[in-house]
Design a protein around this ligand. Structure first.
Ligand code: IMP
Length: 193
């Protein structure tokens, strides 16, 4: 049985990932391994931050682990908010972040955007990265009350509802995070065969 620490303090993510990982793995939390510090996220990119968090846990605790980092990239804003998605408006308030985004896009007909997630796995001291994306459009006003972050203004291509109008299961069936996670799980499952 492979033991892995998921380098996150987000309970929602922990539950989602534990559900998908099934019984072949034991998932430890940061608290389980005695890591109580805030993990570094200073690289300036989503890929870099994902790597930084996993490397920190491996280097300081020697525990096989994985970390994730995500963000929203808007084409007309040259990839903004990107790595700054969580605190785009200067605070972590999702409503304010959406407000800033809609203001910046006001009058712009190019509404193309994508959510991106990168998982970094450190197993036997070797690093592997897995990426998931979902493309869509930024609406001109929020719709729906589910989800979190930018969900009320993000409508995936091929859908007529935003992420915030979908059930958790529906969103998880197509999200950037679940796509990246599915790739990581496929890799991990090969390791236990
Ligand atoms: P994290 O790295 O997964 O914590 O994501 C950073 C930020 O990106 C979040 O605080 C949200 O603002 C945004 N974000 C990431 N994933 C999603 C999503 O599935 N829906 C809406 N916003 C998201």
């Amino acid at each position: 049985m492979i033991e892995l620490c998921f380098a996150t303090n987000n309970k929602y993510k922990l539950d989602e990932v534990s559900d998908q990982l099934g019984n072949s793995f034991i998932i430890k939390t940061l608290r389980d391994i005695g890591c109580t510090v805030e993990l570094p996220e200073t690289s300036g990119t989503i890929t870099g931050n994902s790597r930084q968090k996993a490397d920190y846990v491996w280097t300081h605790f020697g525990t096989p682990c994985f970390a994730d980092d995500s963000g929203l990239e808007v084409e007309a804003l040259n990839g903004e908010p990107g790595v700054d998605s969580a605190h785009y408006s200067g605070s972590r308030d999702a409503e304010k972040n959406i407000e800033k985004l809609l203001k910046k896009l006001a009058g712009n007909s190019n509404r193309k955007a994508q959510f991106v997630t990168v998982f970094t796995l450190v197993l036997h001291g070797v690093e592997h990265q897995f990426e998931g994306r979902i493309e869509g459009q930024i609406l001109t006003e929020p719709k729906g009350i589910g989800g979190f972050g930018y969900d009320p203004v993000f409508q995936p291509d091929g859908q007529n509802r935003t992420f915030a109008e979908m059930s958790v299961e529906e969103k998880n069936g197509m999200s950037h995070r679940s796509r990246a996670l599915t790739k990581m799980i496929a890799y991990l499952e090969k390791q236990v065969d």
